[in-house]
Design a protein around this ligand. Structure first.
Ligand code: FDP
Length: 335
């Protein structure tokens, strides 16, 4: 298959469409390079002694896998010296990572989940890296960036994407003008475009949710899922299929390619809270899915409109097929 490289795509966006500032292009290329290195570490598995846990916990109170920490380091090292960034934030770090004073600073803020779907690492299943790029507020030039500078709604993202380390290594990206997929050509070492602009198929009868949490759901989520499980014998009169990878990045990639809906709603386990993180999981995925013609809410409110209150804020996520997301939201509104 003859396809253009990520570098060429980005340079053309910069040159022809005038949609991409040079600094942002270079930042995206750096992130993409780091994702190659992460994918390489993932693919070595037990042979690279990268599996297993470290015995430490991250800020979320979750046990850190070796790969969580390796991937975090790879992203920090790759991005701190290039001069494109004002600061970084990650699922694996309690607070922001400022660019060391010995390096020049740029205007962008990079947020990432270095390894999403960590429970899959040790069993050889698909994991990924998710990233989001914001512009640092003008006020922070001349002073140190603070956590508050990151607290911008997802609608202000200037780029977002994920890498998927599965049967192929894939990079899926938006700079706010469509969604494009690149596959890693391992022999040459370059990302080559394999899909895009991507349009999410609508009308697919497939949902993704962790059914073991059913007793913790709100009545609205329970009703929404029960109607689909009832299939042709229920009020919808049609059968649905279910998939759950326990790796958001893999589940959302499937939905981008063949349609459907993903739900990780807020539930009764922690009142008012949820599992997924707004700033580096829900926001970038919402940007990608809406760019591909889908929708994303926390159950009622558009994810991209949520004003964040913390770097590691959690949020309910209902994302994918527009009509399905609307149906789930309609039930939540009725209660
Ligand atoms: P993980 O914590 O394993 O990195 O980011 C949260 C996440 O993965 C999502 O990728 C995934 O969809 C979800 O958690 C899985 O949660 P459950 O174990 O509750 O199914």
């Amino acid at each position: 298959m003859k396809s253009i490289t990520l570098t060429r795509f980005l340079i053309e966006q910069e040159r022809e469409a005038d949609a991409l500032p040079t600094e942002l292009r270079m930042l995206i290329e750096t992130v993409a390079r780091a994702c190659k290195a992460i994918g390489n570490a993932v693919s070595k598995g037990a042979l690279g002694e990268v599996l297993g846990s470290l015995g430490s916990e991250n800020v979320q109170g979750e046990v850190q896998k070796k790969l969580d920490v390796i991937a975090n380091e790879l992203l920090l090292e790759a991005n701190e010296w290039g001069g494109h960034l004002a600061a970084m934030a990650s699922e694996e770090m309690e607070t922001l990572h400022r660019i060391p004073h010995r390096y020049p600073k740029g205007e962008y803020l990079l947020l990432f989940d270095p390894i999403d779907g960590s429970s899959n690492i040790d069993v050889g299943l698909t994991v990924g890296t998710i990233f989001s790029v914001l512009v640092a507020p003008a006020e922070c030039s001349g002073r140190d960036v603070t956590e508050e500078d990151f607290l911008q709604p997802g609608s202000r993202q200037v780029a977002a994407g994920y890498a998927l380390y599965g049967p192929q290594a894939l990079l899926v990206l938006t700079i706010g003008a469509g969604v494009y997929e690149f596959t890693l050509d391992r022999e040459i070492g370059s990302w080559r475009m394999t899909d895009g602009p991507m349009t999410m198929p609508q009308g697919a009868r497939e949902f993704a949710i962790n059914m073991s949490n059913r007793r913790q759901w709100s009545p609205a989520v329970t009703r929404y899922i029960d109607e689909r499980v009832a299939g042709s014998e229920g009020p919808l009169g049609k059968d649905y299929n279910m998939r759950w990878t326990a790796s958001m990045v893999a589940d959302i990639h499937r939905i981008l390619k063949r349609g459907g809906i993903f739900l990780y709603p807020a539930d009764a386990r922690e009142p008012g809270k949820a599992r997924l993180r707004l700033m580096y999981e829900a926001n970038p995925m919402a940007f990608l899915v809406t760019q591909a013609g889908g929708a994303a809410t926390d159950g009622t409110t558009a994810i991209l409109d949520i004003a964040p209150s913390g770097l590691h804020q959690r949020v309910g996520v209902v994302i994918g097929d527009k009509a399905e997301v609307a149906a789930a939201s309609a039930m939540a509104e009725v209660g």
